[in-house]
Design a protein around this ligand. Sequence first.
Ligand code: GDG
Length: 504
Amino acid sequence: MRIFNTDTMSTAGEANWTREGLQHLVTTKLAGRLFIVVSNREPYIHTSAGGEIQCLVPASGLTVALDPVMRSCGGVWIAHGSGNADRDVVDEKGHVSVPPDEPSYTLRRVWLTKEEEEGYYLGFSNQALWPLCHIAYTPPNFDESHWNTYRRVNQLFAGAVLDEVGDKQAIVFIQDYHLALLSRLIKAKNARVITAQFWHIPWPNPEAFRICPWGEEILDGLLGNNILGFHIGYHCENFLETVRRMLEVKIDYERSAVSRGGETTLVRSFPISVDFDRIAIDARRQEVVKEIEQIRRRWRLSDEIIGIGIDRIDYTKGIPHRFRALDKLFTKYPEYQKRLVFFQLGEPSRVHIKKYKELNAEIDDLVEEINWKYESDNWRPIIYVREHLPPTALLGFQRLADFCIVSSLHDGMNLVAKEFVSSRVDNDGVLILSRFTGAARELTEALLVNPYAIDDFAETIKRAIEMPRGERQERMRKLRQIVRQNNIYRWAGGILSELADLKL
Ligand code: GDG
């Protein structure tokens, strides 16, 4: 077991952060404090089908990234209980121990009414803040009743946090755009609580942000944190510029710190990642080998070139754009007809929102149109598997693929890109990656594309298919080195080291 010197870790490039290293940091530097994570989405969902209760891991970058951190640190994770059997497995405080196979932390579920979920989650979070922060040409919808519910639900989460904290010393690590007001609300009742917040989506430029009618309140809420994290420096710069223009603040650019009314918030970039070692171990498992055989049998594959896309079905992910690029490829280079199969995998999300309904219809139409245009008796260019797939199935596809496309129009980081790289224990496969993801800053050995430039995109797919084995392997080796080093423990370690440095 390797334990790293945490003082050198925040700047180190050489050493790898491990789960044990993170545990060491927590036990030495943050000892004696209760560690609480708060997010909207829960890491485990209990559902009941036919009288049997099942425990699912949701398709969400945030929970996938944080679960390994909580397994190392222990503590309490507070989140919305959204499964239809969630209430059946908790105690009177909404507590349940997770993960089910290896209980290592407590999940506390917060209950929301349907109306609260509609206003706070489907409404303000996902119809106002999500499109506001992603420049993907979908206008935000600012509805005052959604905003009021959003505030009320933030209060509700604050109540749950304060109840867990009691009179203990606590560190609260808040996740994402659903809970922008939380730190301010917690501190209004208990100023001793230390809070850090990570914003998992981009922060837009001030011109884009200023259209939000409640922008100042949101900025004030976020400045309640001791530390505010974004994926990349560019999002930090946008945030600092936004507060400079909208609030009376003092900004120390040297320290990247905002001061206001005697309080200081450090604004830092912490690129999120995945549990590289765990994915690499899982990718080698016999179940994955069996899964690959099953995929081949089920879809009657022989020696076709296989491409994949894995996404939560969202309009920021550029799914229609990648289909149009494939269409262009088949027209321009008909020799690839009958030779290439593209699997689009992933789960529909936020399906009650009109924009998402429209996106699902657009995707269905495009798949149908392209398949109709090119298909033959026993070949279809695009196979769309629109369902929640278990991790082993995803690993099977990742290992089978010759190339993986991530074509986001704008993305905070994008974990699919990093998961694909981690799964390629054979050092093979090509990653085609949108320049507009946070991941593109690190994964420079991927083939970078502008998903809006359909002709170039099609050429990039051709380049991926025709890339000589030596080049593929060299690129993949470099990519793997980067993700191995910049793994999820480094992300969490970076944030927790900053917290420890606050001289609590
Ligand atoms: C936000 C930011 C940032 C997808 N389908 C299935 C499934 N997935 C998993 C993927 C991946 C996750 O969902 C998606 O993560 P992303 O990072 O790509 O995207 P968001 O959900 O939009 O996440 C993003 C992230 O937060 C973390 O900070 O990177 O920029 O938008 O893990 O594998 N998982 C399973 N079945 C599926 O069908 N099991």
